[in-house]
Design a protein around this ligand. Sequence first.
Ligand code: CUA
Length: 367
Amino acid sequence: MQIQDTVSTRQTFFTGENGLWLPPQESTTAGAIDSLFNFILYTSTLLVVLVAAAMVYFVWKYRRKSHADRAIDVKESKWLEISWIAIPTLLVLVVFFWGFTAYVNTSIAPANAYEINVKGQKWFWTFEYPNGIQTSNEIVVPVGTPIKLEMTSQDVLHSFYVPEFRIKHDVLPNRYTYVWFEAPEQGTYQVVCTEYCGTQHSNMGALIKVVSYSEFEDWVATGGGAGQGDKSLVEYGESLYASKSCNNCHSVDGSDGTGPSWLGTWGETRQFDDGTSAVMDAEYTTESILYPGNKIVQGYLNQMPSYQGQLDSLQVNALIAYMKDINGQATPAELAAPGEEPAGGDAPEATDTGTGDPSDPQGLATE
Ligand code: CUA
């Protein structure tokens, strides 16, 4: 998944070219955040060392067996008292105004910023562009352009964090929060959720792909690469399985997740927690994708978000084709690239597709 793809990004946390394990600075505001961080780190280190050194010195000097002179009264020292009030107050004020400026600068986007809507939900991110393109767990943005994120949550608290951009902002239900960034370099950057939001919290990641302006325009013109393209229905379903984050909860190898595995279930009778049952077919599966709460498979919780409005009917069909393929039941038409003659006639459903398979008399009859 995405998070494993960018292990190299995470390694820079520890091998750090910026020293102090900080990831590379990849946004226009990252430098200001790091300077403030370093200022606080170095002044606190200095203060800790000074206070601890004085403490150790006095412990040693006035240890019980020492002959240090304890007889004189301690007299007040004006300059000492003024300095321990004035210096920390000044430091705190510097940090406040510096931090406030940096906060305002990362919170208020420039007026010409390109706006993208962000929605967090258990356990993935969806992004919506001004022209209606929707993506999951991936945004493509142009280099050198301010990008404003308008963020909200469908369910619980999440937090949108991009270490390389030094931006981190809570994403709340029933409220909009904003953050912006401008990436001066092309590259791929990891988004992580930094608010514990449930069992799959640690897998709730996304990628920000910063590309050249012309690449971005191409990407927008082709609908964000989210279409079927020249993929077969099964391959399209497989790509949606990952890009729409079905893989967070449903395995395809039979292993148990937050939801039931897709392997070994197609065509089987599913028992629901209200005592009813149904055969897992296209109708039941479509209902479960769009209205997941209607039928809850026994032994699982009602946790799945509705995909209504997030998948069109072609995409639902593609996911169903992929589920059938995992269980060895995809039809030749579902396995064929668009516009291509379906290959072979050995799949059991070949006779009821009527799509022009050479071995299918009904298909021939319709031509
Ligand atoms: Cu969403 Cu953690």
